[in-house]
Design a protein around this ligand. Structure first.
Ligand code: IPM
Ligand code: MG
Length: 358
């Protein structure tokens, strides 16, 4: 079967890292039997410049037909003053919502070679392997009503709604229990049930689901404590499940434990295993086009794509092992380098991974 892959490079360093993903895909095709077509489409600021829309109809249509989507990064200061629906971020949120990509898997794994690059003591992060399962199409990101307004005194005001229906909680809960089941069978649900109605419902539904997964140990933690525990003793966690906003915040924290946010991939899956794969990091406009971005989060996202959407777990293993071996050689992009290592650029790192795959 020929896999129909849609590539959305986006903005900032997005196109830089997308080029390295293409390089890796080509090697997987020529050397390891990956059969694919690649369709590159505009999204984010790049699309706004051409058509005024961060998610043009043609791009959405291509994404709908794809078997998998590889997404670079979006956003930049030049679009920050645009009306909200004409910002790059709105294109990404619409894409997640329109495609029903509710299950966002964000693994935080420390490559042992990078223990010194972590902001935390190497003993605290040793063997780190946490999976954050973030709900991606609901919660305060999408809740209605949401608007700007003014109060009775004419002051500016604004509001958003954090809402979850029980079916939305149950489907991300099931995805998280399933994920925990094939890991170390420990699931920590993170909420703010001491304050928020929506979190109490979240907790109730998680507890109800637990009956169907007797082999998985479910615990609960308030989000403020979870933020603290992630930097105090991250190894206490196996799998974390949480809502959209809390997951956004905690996944950046978890990323930094691994040394650099430039190392972290993610998968956003729908109910049928179709997925969008993107690095957790943003578009880093300050280093765009300078050959300094770390392409490894993108390349590791490509590996997740092979595993979850293309039924080619063997290729995922190959790519992940190539990343480990290139790090073993001492090759580093600037974000993960310390003085003793060989610093290379975006394309140097991509080329090294590609060579390792031959
Ligand atoms: C992420 C990003 C996005 C989010 C932004 C770019 C809209 O921070 O994927 O974590 O908040 O979900
Ligand atoms: Mg984020």
């Amino acid at each position: 079967m020929t896999a129909n892959i849609v590539l959305m490079p986006g903005d900032g360093i997005g196109p830089d890292i997308a080029d390295e993903a293409k390089r890796v895909l080509e090697i997987l095709a020529t050397h390891h039997g990956l059969d694919y077509t690649l369709n590159t489409v505009d999204v984010g600021g790049a699309a706004i410049e051409k058509s005024g829309d961060p998610l043009p109809d043609a791009s959405l249509a291509a994404a709908r037909e794809a078997d998998a989507i590889l997404f670079g990064a979006i956003g930049g200061p030049q679009w920050d003053t645009q009306p909200r629906d004409q910002r790059p971020e709105s294109g990404l949120l619409r894409l997640r919502s329109e495609l029903g990509l509710f299950a966002n898997l964000r693994p935080a794994i420390l490559f042992p070679q990078l223990a010194e690059a972590s902001a935390l003591k190497s003993g605290v992060v040793a063997n780190l392997d946490v999976l954050i399962v973030r709900e991606l199409t609901g919660g305060i990101y999408f809740g209605k009503p949401a608007d700007k307004c003014s109060n009775a005194q004419g002051q500016r005001a604004a509001y958003n709604t954090m809402r979850y229906d029980e079916s939305e909680i149950a489907r991300i809960g099931r995805a998280a229990f399933e994920a925990a089941r094939v890991r170390n069978k420990r699931l920590c649900s993170v909420d703010k049930a001491n304050v928020l109605h929506v979190s109490q419902l979240w907790r109730d539904v998680m507890n109800e689901l637990a009956a169907d997964y007797p082999d998985v140990q479910l615990t609960h933690m308030y989000v403020d404590n979870a933020a603290m525990q992630l930097v105090r003793d991250p190894n206490q966690f196996d799998t974390i499940v949480t809502g959209n906003l809390f997951g956004d915040i905690l996944s950046d924290t978890a990323a930094m434990l691994t040394g650099s946010i430039g190392m972290l991939p993610s998968a956003s899956l729908d109910a049928h295993g179709k997925g969008m794969y993107e690095p957790v990091h943003g578009s880093a406009p300050d280093i765009a086009g300078t050959d300094r971005a770390n392409p490894l989060a993108m390349i590791l996202s490509l590996a997740m794509m092979c595993r979850y959407s293309l039924a080619r777990g063997d290729l995922a293993d190959r790519v992940e092992s190539a990343v480990g071996r290139v790090l073993d050689m001492g090759l580093r992009t600037p974000d993960i380098a310390n003085s003793s290592e060989t610093v290379t650029g975006t394309s140097g790192m991509g080329a090294a991974i590609a060579d390792m795959l031959i």
